[in-house]
Design a protein around this ligand. Structure first.
Ligand SMILES: [Zn+2]
Length: 141
């Protein structure tokens, strides 16, 4: 695929194909139905190697976050400050990502988030980013 990053591996290819299509996909075990992220060659729950890539809701909750003021790479100087978040996906796995369209003063743990796709700083294909869903911390519908 044209948008496949050079660091894609056979294990992660399904994830990157989803990103190129603007769709968040996670590995799911065909034997025990467990979801997992990051991608692995085997199911972390039952050790099966019968794994599929399935689209997920892209919804989750803010589990932790920090605001980054020092660019980790020279090409990211334009991007700081940015918000780094740990997102607990609705399906269970945790995902590290960036928060967009908000600022740290509005954030509270447990807030409802949703995935959007964009190119955060680096010249890479679209990546899943997260933004506040409905801008509230209450239980989303
Ligand atoms: Zn399994």
């Amino acid at each position: 695929m044209n948008d496949m990053p050079e660091f894609a591996t056979p294990e992660t290819q399904g994830f990157w194909e989803g990103c190129a299509a603007g769709e968040l996909r996670l590995q799911r075990c065909n034997d025990c139905s467990a979801w997992q992220f990051p991608p692995r060659a085997f199911c972390q729950t039952c050790r099966s190697n019968a794994l599929s890539w399935e689209p997920v809701t892209g919804r989750g909750r803010l589990a932790s976050f920090t605001e980054v003021h020092r660019a980790p790479l020279p090409e990211m100087r334009e991007a700081v400050p940015y918000l780094l978040a740990l997102v607990e996906l609705e399906e269970g796995p945790m995902m590290m990502s960036n928060l967009v369209d908000t600022d740290a003063s509005r954030l509270r743990l447990g807030m409802a988030l949703e995935a959007v796709f964009g190119r955060p700083g680096l010249k890479r294909g679209p990546l899943p980013l997260f933004r506040l869903r409905d801008g509230t911390a209450s239980e989303g519908t």
